[in-house]
Design a protein around this ligand. Structure first.
Ligand code: HSE
Length: 438
């Protein structure tokens, strides 16, 4: 059979890795796909730049639309990132009946509903395994491997840069900025690293995971994101004293009134496997009704780990070229006309436990006042620890772990506590998740 001709938009880290993997494993890939995959064209920003891959035999262009418009290209692989030019290119490729493989999480999370509906109308596939957690085949696992389950919740370390920062802060006491600079040098951080540390990158990935898990449209604009810049080594140490680790988690949960969709720093028990996922590695824990908890772990970024997912998608697309579009695996796991528009819960309605740290004047009755206010708001205490007094001044840190509470009740209680004369400075609060399989 004739090789399938593909065009790659962008020959940077992931594009170069994809060319290398396709070349090195060509024999195995052809045996799996049933046809050879030939990189016929590639677009680059500059023709003279040194690259990590060999471009011999490829037609190189600086105009990505030349690839999208080329009649002999069967599949377009979009690896330029961003959601403006990439969106135009992908929609244009779809309109011309080409299949698309993309690693672009922002594009799928923000414009996926429009892109999938265009693809559906044209009978083409848009594959995006590489958009979430790099080389971990978690989209495939959720969409196909767990297809018999009702997914209850998933929780993931889905940004390697923020996990690397937290790990180095905990293990080496390094400062936030120092570790971030190293993550940028290693090539893990986004072009704009605020996407990593403010949770936007993780929210893009979580949005995609939640849609596939629950069969809902992509709702990135409703995801709650809280960054990790405010975390201190003190927080990390206090959490460790209580038997917890702090991770920047993306959590999607099916709750009574809707879907929880949130990214924020989270205390998790240190005995959980996912609490021990360190450095730039990613992991996603999925709790499903039939199988129970399953954990997907691996490299969430990097040239060849991400290329691994891109090439797996290419193999899927090549296999699907001859199948009836109606009988392909649906983009968001559930049939397009069977998606349910379940509301995303506002963060104030989320039910979770809390770690609190307050600085209180070291005088009789303060603790009793604080616990009374918590009690009046229906907040039950799991643990309370008064730490050694501060070296300077007459204040003591008090660390409290609460049981689960609806966030708006906690907000009211904390507003009252913060108003007490005996309480100083702002109150630190970090959500706690036990990640029990139940
Ligand atoms: N900036 C991302 C990360 C790259 O740190 O995980 C992979 O999406």
């Amino acid at each position: 059979m004739e090789p399938v001709k593909i065009g790659i938009l962008g020959l940077g880290t992931v594009g170069g890795g994809t060319v290398n993997v396709l070349g090195r494993n060509a024999g195995e890939i052809t045996r799996r796909a049933g046809r050879a995959i030939n990189v016929h064209m590639a677009s680059v920003r500059s023709l003279d730049k040194p690259r990590i891959c060999d471009t011999e035999g490829m037609l190189l262009t600086t105009d990505p639309f030349e690839i999208v418009n080329a009649p002999d290209i069967d599949v377009v692989v979009e690896l330029i990132g961003g959601s403006t030019l990439a969106k135009d290119l992908v929609l244009s490729a779809i309109r011309q009946g080409k299949h698309v493989v993309t690693a672009n999480k922002a594009l799928i999370a923000e414009h996926g509903n429009e892109i999938f509906s265009a693809a559906q109308a044209q009978g083409v596939t848009v594959a995006f395994e590489a958009a979430v957690a790099g080389g971990i085949p978690v989209i495939k696992a959720l969409r196909e491997g767990l297809a018999g389950n009702t997914i209850k919740w998933l929780a993931g370390i889905i940004n390697g840069t923020s996990n690397f920062i937290l790990t180095e802060m905990r293990d080496k006491g390094r400062s936030f900025d120092d570790v971030l600079a190293e993550a940028q040098k290693l090539g893990y951080a986004e072009a704009d690293p605020t996407f990593d540390v403010e949770g936007i990158d993780a929210a893009h990935k979580l949005t995609i995971l939640a849609s596939i898990a629950f069969g809902i449209p992509l709702k990135f604009d409703q995801a709650y994101t809280e960054g990790m810049r405010e975390l201190t080594t003190q927080d990390v140490e206090d959490a460790a004293d209580l038997g917890f680790r702090i991770k920047h988690l993306g959590i999607a949960r099916r709750a009574a009134g809707g879907i929880e969709l949130r990214v924020h720093p989270t205390l998790i028990p240190e005995r959980r496997l996912i609490a021990n996922v360190d450095g730039v590695m990613n992991a996603i824990l999925v709790n499903a009704d039939a199988v129970g908890p399953t954990l997907y772990y691996g490299a969430g970024a990097g040239a060849e780990p991400t290329a691994s997912a891109v090439v797996a998608d290419l193999v899927d697309v090549v296999r699907a070229l001859t199948t009836d579009p109606e009988n392909r695996v649906p983009h968001l796991a559930f049939q397009a006309d069977a998606l349910e528009d379940i509301p995303v819960l506002p963060i104030e309605d989320v039910d979770t436990a809390y770690f609190l740290r307050l600085l209180a004047k070291d005088q009789p009755g303060v603790l009793a006042t604080v616990t009374k206010i918590l009690g009046e708001h229906g907040i039950s205490i799991e643990a309370i620890v008064q730490k050694a007094p501060h070296e300077h001044g007459d204040v003591v840190p008090i660390v409290i772990l609460t049981h689960n509470v609806i966030e708006k009740s906690l907000n009211s209680a904390l507003a009252e506590i913060a108003g007490l004369n005996e309480i100083q400075d702002s109150i630190k609060r970090i959500r706690v998740e036990y990640l029990e399989a139940d």
